[in-house]
Design a protein around this ligand. Structure first.
Ligand SMILES: [Zn+2]
Length: 251
């Protein structure tokens, strides 16, 4: 299969409103028909699933049109992914998950669940950096990074997982010249203060084991315990044994 030069945009007739769901996505347009196999199908687009599934040709166009509005074929540059989100609702505010915050900070702004064929899950979270042609896919085995370096045509592929170490992600992005900003972290504490786990803080509040604990305010304590359990606030033990609270930057 020659690398397809055109893509069509599919806009499903019944869109879903779940977060990070693309309202439209692009598939390769193959005017000579979908082949039975496509050995050159790029890694970052999953695995070619066979004809008429992840590609569109004159034969299967009517089938695709049954569930989606299909655009006219558009010419794309050579390095364009086979499958990508076209119309993604722009997330507002700061990404709550540290990994998403890192990816968005590194220019991976086109973020959507996409049906990349051949992977274990029918849909994987795909984050594209359209300016660089880099892609990150999140799936049960971890995070696959397909990264380009501005000084080299080769694409680097590495997998971080199944546990995703954000430091390793930042390293990989940094070495390939993507802008990196550290993930939001716990607030800076004054010298001698110690960040407490929610359980430890709740225990100290419950037994009054802190300065101020001898004059308990039951209503306040209950509200604090609820907020700690919900992860909305963090507690720190100050050097003078007072408890201090701060909004959780991850919440
Ligand atoms: Zn086809």
């Amino acid at each position: 299969m020659h690398p397809p030069t055109h893509r069509v945009t599919l806009r499903p007739h019944t869109p879903t409103s779940a977060p990070y769901t693309a309202r439209a996505f692009a598939l390769p347009w193959l005017p000579d028909g979908c082949p039975t196999s496509a050995p050159n199908w790029p890694d970052r687009d999953g695995h070619y699933p066979g004809p008429h599934t992840a590609s569109v040709c004159p034969t299967c166009l009517p089938d695709h049109q049954r569930h989606a509005t299909v655009s006219d074929p558009q010419r794309v540059t050579a390095d364009t992914p086979m499958i990508y989100a076209v119309d993604v609702p722009t997330p507002t505010g700061r990404a709550k998950h540290p990994l998403l915050a890192i990816l968005r900070g590194a220019g991976f702004t086109r973020l959507a669940w996409l049906p990349l064929p051949g992977l274990d899950n029918p849909r994987v979270l795909v984050a594209d950096n359209p300016a660089r042609g880099s892609r990150a896919t999140l799936h049960p085995l971890g995070l696959d990074l397909h990264l380009t370096h501005p000084d080299s045509p080769a694409r680097v592929h590495l997998r971080i997982g199944p546990r995703i170490d954000t430091t390793a992600v930042l390293d990989a992005l940094h070495t390939t010249g993507h802008p990196t900003h550290p993930a939001p972290s716990a607030p800076a504490l004054p010298p001698g203060a110690r960040l407490l786990t929610a359980d430890d803080a709740i225990h100290m509040i419950t037994i009054g084991g802190h300065a101020g604990g001898h004059q308990p305010d039951l209503a306040l304590d209950v509200a604090l315990i609820d907020a700690l359990r919900a992860g909305q606030i963090l507690a720190a033990l100050m050097p003078d044994d007072r408890l201090a609270f701060t909004p959780n930057p991850h919440a």
